[in-house]
Write a protein that binds this ligand. Structure first.
Ligand SMILES: *Cc1c(COP(=O)(O)O)cnc(C)c1O
Length: 477
């Protein structure tokens, strides 16, 4: 299987050659040149597989330059009950992504039982093992530089801690994450993990990463890499749980299912799109946004209008506070008939801070063929949904998942099971839970006192040169 770029101007490459990189050389995102197909008897044959078998069956069709035995071992080592058992005490962790029934036809897919209590652990843990394997094979090492407002950075650090040939340098705003999120990251003491707290906001952190990425000589010399949400392996790993959930809520061939997905950078729901393109009978993919509704606006109007970072609102579902959705280009590539020239043209506008409109070309009219619908949620909706789920289903939801349930219910149809993806546990967003319910969420065992653990982080000014000097000092450790 080879991977092509959504801009159509880069050579096709096999999986291992795109694993460690970010964007394709032409600025596009990688996608498989065709989607492997699963249908009928072949799909039914997968129904009783456990998570690891299912992951191997799907991923081995997307990754054919890793020996099957090695790929299987990497998957088996990643998706263990032990790694994914940090959630509610009554969950069936042996399922890796347990399904919780809220009422007839309405389900919560638990994706947040990994070490950092957010769904990003589902893909990032596999990425950690794939990176270590690929670097070992190639005799290389890598220095991962990233910026985080919370969930991505901690998922990356927990996935990469103690890995050979990988060091992580993670920038975070000194103030701006919850105390729990800070404690989660800063309490890691592994030698290959470097937490850098920047005197500034998240955008300052991201600007530093961008400016380092622009310095090609520095990047090459210090082998700088990334683990951001456009990484293809992350999207691929997320395809698996759509299949797992599908089999858990259906009993026979061809039954349709709807999925509701709290969305920011469009990575998670993009995996749903790909699962659907691979033949999974998904009827609707419901894109739920918060007040930062750039995606909802597109799916309602056909106009994609990326916001400036100054226009990005800070909300109580902070992991969805985005101004543009980095993975969205992957879907648009499929929507416009996989024409790289069209995508290049559209993203020339986006990169100039302009919007694009797919009405006149008729391309917006094709969106229903891909099952997408959308909606948005506000702080008041979030609080009301958290209360409703607590009272009606005795289930405590985090703020992002509440956005997903709120929008999902607006699109629910009788007779079609609706699966809402749980993207974080409430323990991560304690203050808003207290605001909604007047009580604190339960902490998974072992994390009760995480704020009291000793912390290790460096504080720096928002200055690229200072960060570059620090990375250079530890890049060969
Ligand atoms: C990252 C994240 C999201 C958004 O996921 P995307 O793949 O960026 O759309 C939603 N909820 C939580 C809790 C997250 O951490």
């Amino acid at each position: 299987m080879n991977y092509l770029s959504t801009r159509g101007q880069s050579p096709k490459l096999p999986f291992l050659q795109i694993l460690l990189g970010g964007l394709a050389p032409d600025g596009g995102l990688y996608l498989p040149e065709r989607y492997p197909q699963f249908s009928g008897a072949e799909l039914e044959f997968m129904r009783d597989m456990d998570y690891r078998q299912l992951a191997f069956t799907l991923l081995s069709r997307l990754i054919d330059d890793i020996e099957p035995d090695d790929l299987r071992a990497l998957i088996d080592q990643t998706y263990t009950t032990q790694t994914y058992s940090h959630g509610r005490s009554d969950s069936d962790f042996s399922q890796i992504t347990p399904l919780r029934r809220l009422e007839d036809g309405l389900f919560l897919l638990e994706l947040s039982n990994g070490p950092t209590l957010a769904f990003k652990d589902m893909a990032m843990q596999l990425l950690g093992n794939l990176f270590e394997y690929a670097l070992e094979q190639a005799g290389q090492d890598i220095n991962i530089l990233g910026a985080t407002s919370g969930d991505t950075g901690s998922a990356a650090e927990y996935a990469m801690r103690g890995k050979h040939k990988v060091r992580v340098f993670m920038l975070s705003p000194l103030h701006g994450m919850t105390r729990f999120q800070q404690a989660q990251m800063y309490s890691l003491t592994d030698a290959n993990i470097h937490n850098i707290a920047i005197r500034g906001v998240f955008d300052d952190c991201q600007d530093i990463v961008k400016s380092v990425s622009g310095d090609l000589a520095y990047k090459a010399k210090y082998r700088i890499g990334a683990v951001n949400s456009i990484n293809w392996a992350r999207v691929a790993a997320q395809v698996v749980y759509y299949f797992k959930a599908y089999f858990a809520v259906t009993s026979g061939e061809g039954q349709p299912v709807d999925f509701s997905v709290p969305s920011g950078n469009f990575g998670n729901v993009c995996a749903g799109h790909i699962a659907r393109m691979m033949g999974l009978p998904i009827r609707k993919l419901i894109v739920a946004t918060n007040e930062n509704d750039v995606l909802d606006e597109f799916f309602r109007t056909g106009v994609y209008r990326p916001r400036k970072s100054a226009e990005t609102l800070h909300t109580s579902s902070p992991s969805m506070d985005i101004s543009k959705a980095s993975n969205f280009e992957r879907f648009i590539f499929d929507l416009v008939g996989r024409d790289g020239a069209v995508v290049s043209e559209l993203w020339r506008a986006v990169e100039n801070g302009e919007s694009f409109d797919l009405n006149a070309s008729g391309q917006f009219g094709r969106v229903p063929e891909f099952g997408f619908v959308s909606g948005s949620s506000s702080h008041a909706d979030r609080l009301a949904t958290i209360r409703m789920a607590w009272e009606k289903y005795a289930t405590m939801l985090d703020t992002h998942t509440a956005d997903g349930l709120k929008v999902g219910l607006e699109h629910r149809e009788v007779g079609v099971p609706l699966v809402c993806l749980e993207t974080a546990l409430p323990a991560k967003f304690e203050d808003t839970i207290v605001e909604a319910l007047g009580r604190k969420p339960e902490r998974p065992p072992g994390l009760a006192n995480i704020e009291a653990l000793p912390q290790r982080f460096e504080v720096m000014d928002a200055d690229a040169a200072t960060v570059m000097a620090y990375v250079a000092k530890y890049a060969d450790d």
